[in-house]
Design a protein. Structure first.
Length: 350
């Protein structure tokens, strides 16, 4: 057990205990009114965070004991049901009593600090009716690291606009990065990619961010991935991350879907991964126009009895919020433990 204490002790302080998934515990003391995140970071606790405004959900934790409420004036992105279940965004949460929080990641997960790096455009290739693959290469002397599933922020050159994307590649591929970008009519990134981007253009990156990443503590468990649209990007990174693990690979199931066959992408890459990883099963779905081996329906409807093989099965869900909600409900019906379901919502940004 590791304990870290701040020296800020007075009559209005509360003891905050942070429990990580690997059993490590950090203890800090909070002054009234200060956010749990600010106090913990000042004391050196390795918390994952980004926005400091309650909008990105990177610093989510579960309140297990004590009273901790949202700071006055803050508007966190949590649903009322999530708040009632004890979930808190630490950047906008203040402790009203001594508290205990559980973090959904290990104490080493937050040790990759966000950085700013420059990268050159290598290639922009359309891979589906509304998706392009953007390949970047880090500039000489610049570097960053990330865990499979985390995301980076890209500045759209010449606009000041920032967009977030999860690499479909892994850190072992650096200095090269691959991103899958959904094209949106009039979108800032979409317009730049289709009309302006050229090889050797410079893009500024920030990151990594996010608490959605491959959990190595579940190496032996069956892995279920449910991806909609470009939600496939972090899943590809996770599957390639598992391929890097030594020893026997876990059983894996990937359900991936789009609206129509022309919107599907990376099918050849998925077939290649099936050859590399005999323990990987894939089910490809479309809402309409299914033929051949394509399944009619959604990635959620493709979940079946027997997919959850035990209480240690883990699931990673990435796509639109309705898909995530439906997949979560279905997986719980099939016997999954809710605490083993990790998700990342992909939101279309113009």
């Amino acid at each position: 057990m590791q304990a870290m204490e701040s020296s800020l002790m007075n009559d209005q302080t509360h003891q905050i205990t942070l429990r990580f998934a690997d059993g490590a515990t950090h203890t800090v003391h909070s002054e009234s009114g200060r956010s749990v995140l600010d106090v913990a970071l000042q004391a050196g606790a390795p918390l994952i965070h980004q926005c400091h405004s309650g909008s990105c959900s990177s610093c989510i934790a579960t309140l297990c004991a004590g009273d901790a409420a949202t700071q006055p004036g803050a508007t966190p992105s949590l649903l009322s049901s999530e708040y009632a279940a004890g979930q808190r965004l630490l950047c906008v949460t203040q402790a009203n009593t001594d508290c205990v929080f559980e973090l959904p990641y290990t104490s080493t997960a937050g040790q990759i600090a966000p950085v700013i790096a420059n990268a050159f455009v290598n290639e922009v290739v359309r891979v589906a009716s509304n998706v392009v693959r953007l390949t970047l290469e880090l500039a000489e002397g610049d570097w960053l690291d990330f865990r499979p599933g985390q995301y980076l922020q890209l500045e759209v050159p010449g606009t000041g606009v920032v967009r977030s994307y999860s690499p479909s590649s892994i850190a072992a591929d650096l200095p090269q990065l691959e991103l899958l970008v959904r094209l949106l009519p009039g979108g800032a990134m979409s317009t730049w990619l289709q009309e302006c981007a050229r090889p050797d253009d410079v893009v500024k990156l920030h990151g990594p961010y996010g608490a959605f990443f491959l959990r190595e503590e579940h190496r032996r468990a069956k892995h279920i991935f449910v991806a909609g649209g470009t939600g496939l990007a972090p899943v590809l990174s996770m599957i390639d991350g598992i391929r890097q693990w030594g020893g026997r690979k876990p059983q894996m199931l990937l359900n991936f879907g789009c609206a129509t066959p022309d919107a599907l992408f990376c099918l050849d890459e998925l077939e290649l991964r099936r050859q590399w990883l005999p323990t990987l099963e894939t089910r490809i779905t479309v809402d309409r126009g299914a033929d051949g081996e394509l399944l009619s329906g959604s990635p959620v409807s493709a979940l079946r009895e027997g997919d959850v093989t035990g209480p240690d099965t883990v699931a990673y869900l990435c796509g639109p919020q309705p898909m995530i909600d439906a997949a979560t409900q279905r997986l719980i019906e099939l016997g999954m433990s809710p605490e083993h379901i990790y998700s990342e919502q992909f939101v279309a940004s113009h």
